[in-house]
Design a protein around this ligand. Sequence first.
Ligand SMILES: Nc1ncnc2c1ncn2[C@@H]1O[C@H](COP(=O)(O)OP(=O)(O)OP(=O)(O)O)[C@@H](O)[C@H]1O
Ligand SMILES: [Mg+2]
Length: 667
Amino acid sequence: MTEREELEGGIAALEAQRAVLGDAVVDTALAALRARLARVDSPAPQLRPVTILFADVVGSTSVSQQLDPEDIQAVMDGALRRFTSLVESRRGRVLQYAGDSLLAVFGFLEAREDDPERAVRAGLDILDEANRLEQQVRERYGRRDFNVRIGVHTGPVLLGGGVDADGSIRGIAVNIAARLEQAGPVGRLRISYTTYRHVRGLFDVSEEPPLSVKGIPDPVRSYIVLGAKPGTFDGSTRGPDGAETPLIGRDAELAKLIAAFETVRAQRTSSVVTLVGDAGLGKTRLMLEFERWLAARHETVARFHGRAPAYGTQVPYGLMRALFSRRFEILDDDTQAVAHAKLTKGLGTCVGDRGEHIALIGQLIGLDYGANPHISGIADDGVQLRNRAFHAVGEYFRLFHAQNGAPIVVLLDDLHWADDDSLDLFDHISQACRDVPMLLLCLTRSELLERRPSWTGNRSPRERLDLGPLSEQSSRELVESLLRRLASIPDALRDVVVSNADGNPFFIEELVAMLIDNGVIATDGAGWDVATDRLVDVLIPSTLAGVLQSRLDALSAAEKTALQRASVIGYVFWDEPLERMAPGATRSGSRSRFQRLRRRARVRIQAPPVASGDLRRRAQGREASAASPGRTVAGRQERRTVRGARRTHRGALRARGRHGERSDVLA
Ligand SMILES: Nc1ncnc2c1ncn2[C@@H]1O[C@H](COP(=O)(O)OP(=O)(O)OP(=O)(O)O)[C@@H](O)[C@H]1O
Ligand SMILES: [Mg+2]
């Protein structure tokens, strides 16, 4: 864990204890932690995709006119302090205060895929808090006009640098967030369409009339967030609005999943199949298709779903909790009594009156059974608690099968975010249920295997399936399917999507959605139309940029620098010029760095090499361009270096008599 993560974790933990410790203690401790956080963070100026939140206390002018200066200070400072805490407890960062408003950013130093979701949740928290404060102001001062307006937008900004380096943030995205806030109704949270696309399916929203923003040609589509949907386990939905596409190009992979299930069923044994693939390649989609296949069978199959919460590696048994919560419909905001009742009812049919098992499982997944007599005696003995709870969970699945007779399929998604304890537990379940027809289908990005190489180890019954990019043919089919409402699809349009998406269906969907948003494809009529003349500059859409940035942020500093340097050379690069750009770097050092990047699928070796001795590599262009130093201020220096590197490179090629091959490599 980095120092910053530790500090952020500490701030969030303190916030959670506010009710117990009281404001005075928490605020004092927080001030010290925030000061340290500010010292840890001195970001180099860079362009980053972030989510921006503006909150403004409205009616404060009349409050100011009516109250004593001391009271005003108490009300306003108290409110902004509370809002800041709420932002921080969702891992956002307040960068600026101006008068009665604040500006916060999610994804400040490290982008996470759920930045927009956390920003919207923080906005809703602030609205709730404002309601409470309004009531207090009314009770204490007899004034009513205290409320907030909030705007949230997702987009690229330039962070750091300038005279006010610490809190500096620039870019049109900031203006959009500010405008959304200023134009929003009092007591409401207004978000842009871009943010909405990230959080679709998680919140109830109502669409607002488009908003014109100075400096932007087209009006900004926006939504009012009415509240969070309950039981939002499945996360946001992907894909362009209302464009359901058939599953394309995955027949072989689907057949393998079906075969794994048939084996488990016929041999009455457990098996763990792990599907490994990059973000957006279609793991979840393949799982859904497999589920459809299961559902269409005559024989009943018991299905359990667990999806690791985003960045849930720090939450012990978070994945197991997600699985039982989904199965027994336990909601995050259920009271303890309600959650206990749901767990008892859910498990009860399989563990009968074994109160001990219920308490052990409940305690394990964080439902606090500390006062239960089965737990209180062993609460201090972590090992015993864990062993007994593991046994109880294994027993639950065994008894479940004994009662129902149906094969069991456990579907575990986003395992790269799973906590180690849950992974141990699922290991245990697969062993304890060796004689139960049970398929554990796990979906993960390759990060999991770096953290836990043994997960797909050779020992039976474990199988690893790799999901690669779609073929060019399948990519074309997907584009055609998404654009089926166009009378005819111009080749240039199809090719621009296919060549930019690198066989990744998520990228294909996002690029199509962006073409629609940019007006290249007009969707208002019954049939769609193409404005080919607008098909000039295809920029990376923000949903995609967020995914890419978070993957880049997960790299070590040395790996990031290596990728940045490589991207300066271009989409295809050689290790030799890279070494020249980094004086002091050894060949073996840079090799091993790229070996790691290769394992993490950030870099591919392109075969065959142009000449023996040269490692010809191809950085995944989408990531390289998201990281491109050309887009950072630090990049200026890199660009100077690259001119030298390109010269060196040309020299090297000439020396080997391959001058003519240069252009296709460097282009
Ligand atoms: N073979 C396919 N045919 C058509 N659409 C697909 C296919 N594979 C994926 N998609 C679509 O692409 C989008 C991304 O797929 P999905 O969410 O399954 O990716 P993922 O691998 O689970 O990514 P992550 O690691 O981020 O969870 C989805 O909207 C999905 O419906
Ligand atoms: Mg997925």
